[in-house]
Every structure is written in structure tokens, then in C-alpha cells.
Design a protein around this ligand. Structure first.
Ligand code: UDP
Length: 452
């Protein structure tokens, strides 16, 4: 409980409807619920969470007018803009009713919203309710976006050479090739979104799913830009008890498959919930995995390759026969359980922030294959700052993939990265224990919520 005898205020959480955003928001809900706060999840109809997995929460669905899944990342900005526009009125109506019902009580609800759901701040401010932002990306990646207006003003973006290895002024250790290049395609719209997100309005604090020791200098820089309290309370996947917030059903058969493998022998391959590859790259991945001779667990979502054909349609004909029991393929895995399994010795990932922090918190070294958005920034930090992995660059080609897997799984260099990853896991565990930075931040956040 927040404090003996003090009644906790209602919290209304507004997640952005993508898996990588829903997970940390529901984990935050679980954390705050365990501190005594009644939690309502006000969510879009699109990608609506599995309410039955969370009987402890109230759910409020917001009509969003979204009729089809956006083609990502191409349609992201348009999608986000419609989502914010369409959800605003129903959210305001819902909150007004909530305020009316709770008139008798002397506490108002507090709104915690995903930074991308900025309509929530507009409504909260209009109704004079307190609000707090949840940033679901790394601090470094958000700082990168916020540097865009300056970089554009100084003529650095869009860069002449998106693959340049020159350092970006003021963004050490990022090189131009580490900037989210998809954002240059519609730079004006991106800058407009950054401008919207840079204005935190009446929000009184920012919550991060990160750990102080991982992003100390980025946090200091962020704090200089936004002079409100910042609470880094991650990794939330390790603090919140594990009710699944998966949108697809998890295939747990891979856990019994993992149980039969030796320690650190399996490479886990997953590109998160959105990133896709083309058919040729998928074939190269398949043969790279087969030729590496390492056991692998591969998440192949039905939409991993553009189009809705069954996965076997894309896989080489004799692939399953060739790898036999050495390979396990699932549509969707219980990723946190997979990464925590002793048989998993490496993670070939697209480096979304959740996958990155989940991997760090389980001490699993990575092969990084970023696709778009913040993934390149995370990749640079993994390879250059935390040194728990390396990037697989250029075209996906079977020989290169085979070598990368061996480098991580059997060679000395991979062993050193595993050692480094184990050290970060230990530091992370310390940070969430009593007296640790995330533990203390969470307590301060609870006090903050009670005081605003
Ligand atoms: N995930 C999962 N099962 C899978 C693949 C992914 O549970 O088979 C989860 C993963 O644990 C993470 C989230 O989906 O929490 C993906 O978020 P991330 O930020 O890594 O990438 P995104 O999907 O946003 O690109």
C-alpha cells in the first residue's frame, strides 16, 4: 500500500495499442495495483488487450475509428494522428463520467499515458486532472528524436549519406548510420510529431522502463531538457508479476523443447511484434540457422513476411527435414520465459526496447539486426556502450548469418559478451532490490502520484 490509512487514488492508464507499448503499460499497472491503486486501462479498440488475463484491472474501450492494421513503419504517422484525434472525445466523456461518479470522494483520478497517446494530456489538462507520461523507449532513443530539430537546423539531417559512420554532433556515441533512417522519408511530419511530443503540457513527471546505471548520462541530459521528476523504474518485466499481456496466444511448447537442450546452447530468434523481412531474407535466415549447426528457437509470426501466407510457404522446401529436432519454430513465444531459460545462450533480435531490456535483465548476449525506428539506437548502445552484442550489418546472407551465430554462440568473443551480459544482469537485479535505484524510484513515484 502507498501508506497506511491513506486511500489510493484511481489511476487511468492509456497504452498505445502496439505490443511493445502495451507490455510496459500493463506491467506498470500491475506494479501500481500491488501498491494499492485501483487501475483502469483506457485502451483503443485496435489491438485491444486480453482483459481476461487481468481481472484486477477495469477496462474501458475507446472507439478509435481504425478499420485496418497500419502498414508499418510507412503508415505509422498517419495512424498515430488518427488514433489521437479519434480517441480524444470518447476519453473525455469517459473521464467526465468518472469524475461525476467519484464526486463524493475527495481525490481525483490521475492519468498515466503513453507519450504517443498525447490526446490524454489534452483531455487531462482540460478536466484539470493530473497526468504523468510513460516513455516506453530508451532515454537515449528519445533524446535522439528530440535532437532532430537542432540537427535539421544545423543542416545535418537528412544526412547526405545515411550509412555514414561519422559521429552525429552532440549525440555521442551515435553515428549517422544509427539514426532511425525511416524517419527521413517524411521528415516534416516526423518533426511535427517531435514538436508535439516535446511539449509535455501539464504532465508532472515521466516514467521510464530503464535502469539508472544503464542510461545515466542520457537521463541527466533529459532532466536538463524537461525539468519534471523522472522515475526510472525498469526493467518492469522483472518487477511486475507475470500476467501475460501478449496479444497473440503464446506457444508454450517451446519451453518443453528448451528443457531438452544444454545450457546456453540455443539461439533465440525473434524480430518483435511488427518488423518484417522479405521472402529472400527469410530463406537466407533459414539456411544460416541450419548451417550454423546450433539449436535454435525461431519466432515466425504469420506476418513475418509481407502477406498472409502460412509460414511453411516461405520456408525452403527441405528446411524442416534438414534441421529436424534441432530447430523449433513457433508463431509467438512466451519471450520473457524463453530469455530466462538456462538453455538460451543468445538472442538474435531486432532490438526493440522491450526485447533489449528483457535480454539485459536475463543476461543474454545479442546479435542485433535493427529494422526501423529506435532499434538502431538500441543496437549502437548494445554494441558500443554495454558491449553485450554486435550488429549483423548489410544484406542478410546465409554465410554471414552462419558466422555471426557461431561468433556469438561458440567463439571466445561471444563468451566475453555473455560474461558482460551476466554482469549487467547482476547489476540489474541489485537495482530492483530494496535500496536499489529502480526500487527507490518506484517508491518515489508512488509518493508523487499521491501528492499531485
Ligand atoms: N514478444 C513476445 N513473444 C514473441 C515476440 C515478442 O512475448 O514471440 C514480446 C517481447 O517480450 C516484447 C514485445 O513482444 O515485450 C516486443 O516489444 P519490442 O519493444 O521488443 O519490439 P516491437 O514489437 O515493439 O518492435
Amino acid at each position: 500500500m502507498a501508506k497506511q490509512g491513506r486511500r489510493c487514488r484511481n489511476l487511468v492508464l492509456v497504452p498505445c495499442p502496439f505490443q511493445g507499448h502495451i507490455n510496459p503499460m500493463l506491467q506498470l499497472g500491475t506494479l501500481l495495483h500491488s501498491r494499492g491503486f485501483p487501475i483502469t486501462i483506457a485502451h483503443a479498440q485496435f489491438n485491444s488487450p486480453q482483459t481476461s488475463n487481468h481481472p484486477e484491472f477495469f477496462f474501458q474501450s475507446l472507439p478509435d475509428g481504425i478499420s485496418s492494421k497500419p502498414d508499418m513503419p510507412r503508415e505509422f504517422l498517419v495512424f498515430l494522428s488518427s488514433l489521437n484525434f479519434n480517441c480524444r472525445a470518447p476519453f473525455q466523456e469517459f473521464l467526465s463520467q468518472m469524475i461525476e461518479i467519484q464526486k463524493q470522494q475527495d481525490q481525483q483520478p490521475c492519468i498515466i499515458y503513453d507519450a504517443l497517446m498525447y490526446f490524454a494530456e489534452t483531455v487531462a489538462s482540460h478536466l484539470k486532472l493530473p497526468s504523468i507520461i510513460l516513455q516506453t523507449g530508451s532515454v537515449a532513443s528519445i533524446l535522439t528524436y528530440f535532437a532532430y530539430p537542432r540537427l535539421r537546423g544545423e543542416g545535418y539531417i537528412p544526412p547526405q549519406d545515411c550509412d555514414s559512420t561519422e559521429l552525429v554532433p552532440g549525440l555521442h556515441p551515435l553515428r549517422f548510420k544509427d539514426l532511425p533512417s525511416n524517419t527521413f522519408d517524411d521528415l516534416d511530419d516526423t518533426l511535427q510529431l517531435i514538436d508535439t511530443l516535446s511539449n509535455i503540457g501539464s504532465s508532472s513527471a515521466i516514467i521510464w522502463n530503464t535502469v539508472d546505471y544503464l542510461e545515466q548520462s542520457s537521463l541527466v541530459q533529459y532532466q536538463q531538457k524537461f525539468r519534471v521528476p523522472n522515475f526510472s523504474i525498469g526493467p518492469m518485466n522483472k518487477i511486475a508479476s507475470a500476467s501475460s499481456s501478449s496479444l497473440p496466444e503464446e506457444d508454450s511448447s517451446c519451453i518443453s523443447w528448451l528443457d531438452k537442450r544444454g545450457p546456453n546452447s540455443v539461439i533465440y530468434v525473434s524480430f518483435g511484434s511488427i518488423a518484417s523481412v522479405d521472402a529472400k531474407a527469410l530463406t537466407e535466415m533459414a539456411w544460416g540457422l541450419a548451417n550454423s549447426k546450433q539449436p535454435f528457437l525461431w519466432v515466425l509470426r504469420p506476418d513475418t513476411v509481407h502477406g498472409a501466407e502460412p509460414i511453411d510457404w516461405w520456408l525452403p522446401e527441405d528446411f524442416r527435414e534438414t534441421v529436424g529436432e534441432r530447430g523449433c519454430i513457433v508463431n509467438w513465444a512466451p519471450q520473457q520465459e524463453v530469455l530466462a531459460h538456462g538453455a538460451v545462450g543468445g538472442f538474435w533480435s531486432h532490438c526493440g526496447w522491450n526485447s533489449t531490456i528483457e535480454s539485459i535483465s536475463e543476461g543474454v548476449p545479442m546479435i542485433c539486426r535493427p529494422c526501423f525506428g529506435d532499434q538502431k539506437v538500441n543496437t549502437r548502445y548494445i554494441g558500443h556502450i554495454w558491449r553485450t552484442g554486435f550488429e549483423l550489418e548489410n544484406d542478410l546472407e546465409r554465410g554471414k548469418i552462419e558466422r555471426a551465430i557461431k561468433r556469438l554462440m561458440v567463439e571466445k568473443e561471444g563468451e566475453e559478451m555473455r560474461q558482460k551480459a551476466a554482469e549487467l544482469k547482476e547489476k540489474t537485479e541489485i537495482s530492483i532490490k530494496k535500496g536499489g535505484s529502480s526500487y527507490n524510484s518506484l517508491n518515489k513515484l508512488v509518493e508523487h502520484i499521491m501528492s499531485v
